[in-house]
Design a protein around this ligand. Structure first.
Ligand code: OFO
Length: 172
């Protein structure tokens, strides 16, 4: 049986992961409208990955004979002043998710819920990767921000490899 406090926090985390899905999808739409189709594709793959995260928690709650309670999602931001600003937002979002996962682990330990603690370790490791990969794209974007040709090359590179990397990560 799932600890009620942990169950509430896991349900809140589902909302956060679905909000991340919504945010990355909105970023994908923004980059598509900016004709940066490689970054748009990367964002869309990443949105799918966030849905996988939400569903992992959804399935875990059911496995523990708990109750999934879905709640309303806030509308995501829909436009940014630059590619750098959008990816900075993505990084800040990942940092918030990391802090939320850390609080969940603390709660699971406080409640002596060892199964949830063990389950959440996957997310702890995943967030290290998530922050690193978003930060890498951000640093590359900052380097080419004032050079349209550089931005074009980076976009093409992400179109060729970004989706594959995301898929490899999602399969882990
Ligand atoms: Fe981007 O890791 Fe889930 O939220």
């Amino acid at each position: 049986m799932l600890n009620p406090k942990v169950q509430d926090a896991l349900n809140a985390q589902i909302n956060m992961e679905l909000s991340a899905f919504y945010t990355y999808l909105s970023m994908s739409a923004y980059f598509t409208s900016e004709n940066l189709l490689g970054i748009a594709a990367w964002m869309r793959h990443h949105a799918d990955e966030e849905m996988v995260h939400a569903m992992k928690i959804y399935d875990f709650i059911h496995q523990r004979r708990g109750q999934v309670r879905l709640t309303a999602l806030d509308g995501p931001k829909t436009s940014w002043s630059s590619a750098v600003e959008a990816v900075e937002d993505a990084l800040h979002h990942e940092e918030k998710v990391t802090a939320s996962i850390d609080r969940l682990v603390d709660l699971a330990r406080q409640e002596r819920d060892h199964a949830s603690d063990s389950f959440l370790q996957w997310f702890v490791d995943e967030q290290v990767e998530e922050e690193a990969v978003v930060d890498e794209i951000l640093q590359q974007l900052k380097r080419v921000a004032d050079f349209p040709a550089g931005l074009f090359m980076l976009d093409r590179d992400l179109a060729a490899h970004g989706g594959e990397e995301e898929e490899a990560e999602a399969a882990e």
